[in-house]
Design a binder for this molecule. Sequence first.
Ligand SMILES: NCc1[nH]cc(CCC(=O)O)c1CC(=O)O
Length: 301
Amino acid sequence: MEIIVGTRGSQLALSQTGDIIKILEGYHPHVKFTLKIIKTKGDSIQHIALDQIGEKALFVKEIEEELLNGTIDFAVHSMKDMPSDVPEGLCFGPVPKREDVRDVLILKEGYKTLEELPLGARIGTGSKRRSYQLLKLRPDLEIVPIRGNIDTRIKKIKLENLEGIVLAAAGLHRLKLKEQISVYLPVTKMVPAPGQGALALEMRQEDKRVQDILAPLYDEESCLTVAAERGFMDGLNGSCHLPMGAYAELSEGRLILTGLYGDEGGKCLVLQKLEGPQEEAREIGLRLAKELLKTYEEHIK
Ligand SMILES: NCc1[nH]cc(CCC(=O)O)c1CC(=O)O
């Protein structure tokens, strides 16, 4: 049997899809997994800030078309890049074990901590979530918008004379670039993006064959935490030009969710928590979004 696996062509996409295929080959030695690289709009337009493109499915649409056409059997994406809505006929497979959810700093040679950076240091990131939270810690920083694949962004430290950049730990771990990381930012100071560090497997809804093949990848903790964080995102009707983050953890059957939401200019950033039984993961996310929006409205009055 042959299964065709769709992915973007970035180094990170190829590395994480390769990891998934390797695990699946262990479970299913008689299945032949073939990689198919698909170019998406997000790969073609590298020069525009993501916030300004205003389209959520930037890295997924072309891949979803191939799923619907039957030219691929399942796809591997970064969960963080997935919009709320899955097209009719498609669904997510099980959520595999999640990588480190934290954001990290890669600093210019010679620097080891955020605190020791000089006044007005230049930090590269294209994300409002990252820049506004960083500015809470160090209001003097100058945020420089950057985009591109992980290796491109790392090169920009030298090319654009930055003191550092912010990236997700997960991508660097997957690309075996751990030693480049200067600082792991604790989730209490830098709430990650919903689903950060997790992968999304996407498939045709009725495809029992693929469902059975992917089943062994299921990880309960990853599935529940991602469900809560994406519930929060959906509850906010999350458009990616507003700063938004979410982080869930499990403890003895309970799920504790932290949500972050703010305005366009980053003047008002609200952080709020909600806890509940882990079986209600998605509802906890939706409820926290509602409660936090209320707090937010009161703040900006
Ligand atoms: N938006 C780009 C993107 N999508 C997924 C990751 C890597 C980490 C992950 O899987 O969350 C990255 C790069 C980054 O934010 O550093």
